[in-house]
Design a protein around this ligand. Sequence first.
Ligand SMILES: O=C(O)CCC(=O)C(=O)O
Length: 237
Amino acid sequence: MFTPEEKRFFLEQGYLVVPNIIEGEHLQRVQDAFDTAWANEGAPCNQHKLLKYGVFRDLIEHPPILDRHKAIFGNQVQLLQYDLLRQAPGSKFPERMWHRDFVFPGDRPLSINTILFIDDITEEKGPTRVVPRSHMGEQLPPSDRKNVPLEGEIAVEVPAGSAIFINSAIWHSGARNRSETGLRRGIYLYFGYWWLKRYEMNQSFPWQAYENASEQRLQLLGIRMPDRDVHMYDPEK
Ligand SMILES: O=C(O)CCC(=O)C(=O)O
């Protein structure tokens, strides 16, 4: 699924755009489920709410998304976070807010924030911005330039149903929806190594997350180990 060219581009540049990863009737179902979850659930609309909905449970195992994460993390892949974000027209969201999500010394990706946009993201809608190759090294975006254009930045405009895979260490930013009528709806699927655990001591998943769950889903949710225990653990399996 992850072609050698895609993988090379992602590792070198720190991001990858895959147009139309969901299409047609599937895209429509995801848009409808987004609107239902957004209307029914309070903020934050994260994994504790999204996993009630079949459409969102299925999305974490959607092969064009999951297989690309497996190409980086192998069978050690886990879903670390799952969120919906929505900006209506007239949003006050900043034009730029440069940051790294997660960083650790070394160039190997430890986590990937995959943004699945379900609306066309044009310049007006506030495209995600990235500074290609900024995931290398330990430098953070300059603190005095957090909200201004940076040299080398690119705006990633995509049609509805496309995904942007971003190495969580890359300098990136969301942007303001300046359109007068359209929504900016994004689904944020954050994957990484299973040993980068979520801390959810006091929160359990909704019961629907466990019902008829595949072995793969249980592993992705961090409920089942990929192998028997850490002593016997085979990362290649
Ligand atoms: O919504 C976007 O375009 C970027 C979101 C972002 O910066 C993040 O999830 O860390």
